[in-house]
Ligand binder design. Structure first.
Ligand code: PRT
Ligand code: ZN
Length: 212
């Protein structure tokens, strides 16, 4: 019998909750996330532990059949995958922030500004929709320090409590999107794998209801 391959984050903010969700679905997982992959002893599933950035590509290419990751990564990577449902954790927002002493004049404030971000595609789309002419500085991490070190005027990043912005002398002025962890699937699942997925989805549904 074939196994459904699920990709989850190896180590990061979504790792523990993703494993917990599977365990709450009654799926026994033995090896933790030290290995690259592991199988369940009581459900036809194989778990692949990956960087969240790579999950959309792997699902598009059928290396994994399904995956759990932040919807922000699904938008940014823009791969051919299907978003099935939210899974009840990982809530955050994508927001624009500026130095706290600046006077914010509305969205046109960003015209001709240099914005640092790890999400250039989402930001480009937002700027096009709002007819903003900006310069986007793509960096892979520690985006919040960019204005302080003179790399950019402002930032576009993930915010959850807002304390990182505060610590770096920034203030949030526009929320561009709300994101949370979602389950995605490949467009080419076999009938057999779809059946396993339906079973899993039924269990996920019950787990999420029981949390509400
Ligand atoms: O190694 P890998 O590539 O797998 O991990 P990663 O470092 O890219 O991702 P990770 O683990 O930081 O985040 C995984 C996913 O969690 C993100 O794609 C979001 O969908 C979700 N998420 C939820 C967050 C946050 N909350 C969050 N607060 N991702 C990042 N942050 C960061 C943010 O970038 C900023 O630096 O936390 C800081 C802000 O937090 P506050 O609470 O100070 O506002
Ligand atoms: Zn990542």
């Amino acid at each position: 019998m074939s196994k459904l391959k699920i990709a989850i984050q190896k180590s990061g903010r979504l790792s523990e909750k993703s494993l917990e969700l599977l365990q709450e679905c009654g799926i026994k997982i033995s090896n933790g996330n030290q290995k690259l992959k592991t199988v369940s002893s009581n459900f036809p599933i194989e778990i692949l532990f990956l960087r969240d950035d790579d999950i959309p590509q792997y699902v598009e290419q059928n290396v994994a059949d399904i995956g759990i990751l932040g919807e922000n990564e699904v938008w940014e990577k823009n791969r051919k995958v299907e978003t099935i449902r939210k899974v009840g954790f990982g809530n955050c927002r994508l927001a624009l922030a500026i130095p706290k002493d600046e006077i914010y004049t509305g969205i046109s404030y960003f015209n001709n500004k240099k914005i640092a971000t790890s999400y250039p595609k989402i930001l480009t789309k937002f700027c096009q929709e709002n007819h903003l002419n900006v310069e986007i500085e793509e960096i892979s991490g520690s985006v919040e320090i960019a204005p302080g070190i003179g790399l950019a005027n402002c930032i576009f990043d993930i915010v959850s409590t807002g304390s990182t912005l505060l610590m770096n002398g920034l203030k949030e002025v526009e929320t561009v999107a709300n994101s949370e962890a979602v389950l995605i699937k490949s467009h080419n699942l076999s009938g057999e794998k779809q059946k396993i997925l339906d079973k899993l989805l039924f269990r996920i549904q019950s787990v999420i209801y029981s949390h509400e």
